[in-house]
Design a protein around this ligand. Structure first.
Ligand code: URA
Length: 264
């Protein structure tokens, strides 16, 4: 039987090999495929006996994961109920490959809710969003406008979550069906936290909340979703790759600060 430990060790080994540049699986000894026996001929299926009634197939049950997610999310009355509902949601394959459910961090009473994309390797290990390099940059960005996930006053505190609570393998982009299936949980999450302002970090969260990507056009332009003002910004991971975009990120942080000072 497959144990959780074997699964994760095998996955870690595979990831390590991919990082080393392995693109193909080979055997210890070469195989001469010219000497391999021909595939066994297929036997013709016997003609059906008309006097015997074929067994009835069990009615196929098709599950709509989005409908299931809506039901599960709607049943959550508070954050701990939502976390429990997500942990019990079995329709997303990402859950199988993840070490931890990464639910949220920060202060749910904070005025700002930040929505990122998905956990990376560090977040998957820690079970907390934005703890890797991008997260450290995010903390510095927030600190520059006097805010933070650990700010003692809720007026300066933020609450942080992601569109996906499980790490996609190799940090690949979330698939549209994964975003659609987890969106009801995100919507309920925003409803329960009820922040004054929502900040969307990068294209994936814009897609999940606004149904649009094109972050280079959207960033810095106030939007509305779920009855809240929403500010799209560049994702900190993008800023690590494109430091020249920090100028725009700074302008967006100032716009966020100004809106908070004006009362949200
Ligand atoms: N990037 C994200 O979008 N979220 C995280 O939690 C970490 C990196």
């Amino acid at each position: 039987m497959e144990s959780a430990l074997e699964y994760h060790s095998a996955l870690a080994l595979l990831e390590w090999q991919v990082e080393l540049g392995v693109t193909e699986a080979i055997l210890d000894a070469p195989v001469n495929r010219y000497e391999m026996p021909e595939a066994a001929p297929r036997l013709a299926a016997p003609a059906p006996d008309a006097s015997v009634e074929p067994p009835r197939r069990a009615a196929q049950v098709t599950v709509d994961p989005v409908a299931e997610a809506k039901k599960a999310a709607a049943g959550a009355r508070d954050l701990s109920g939502l976390q429990t509902a997500l942990a019990a949601f079995g329709h997303c394959e990402l859950k199988r490959g993840a070490r931890n459910l990464v639910f949220a961090d920060g202060n749910p009473a904070g005025r700002v809710m930040i929505i990122g994309e998905a956990p990376g390797r560090e977040e998957d290990r820690a079970g907390k969003p934005f703890v890797g390099q991008a997260g450290q940059l995010l903390d510095r960005m927030l600190g520059a406008i006097g805010m933070g996930r650990d700010a003692p006053l809720s007026a300066n505190a933020v609450y942080i979550t992601n569109v996906l609570p499980w790490r996609p393998p190799q940090n690949r982009d979330p698939r549209p069906e994964e975003i659609a299936m987890l969106r009801p949980f995100l919507e309920r999450h925003i409803e329960i936290v009820a922040p004054e302002i929502v900040v969307l970090m990068g294209n994936i969260s814009c897609d999940a909340v606004l149904g649009r990507r094109q972050i280079t056009r959207l960033r810095g332009q106030w939007q509305e979703a779920f009855g809240k003002p929403v500010l799209p910004m560049f994702h900190p991971a993008y800023l690590l790759r494109q430091p020249e975009a920090k100028r725009e990120a700074w302008a967006d942080l100032l716009a966020l600060r100004a809106r908070l000072e004006a009362g949200g």
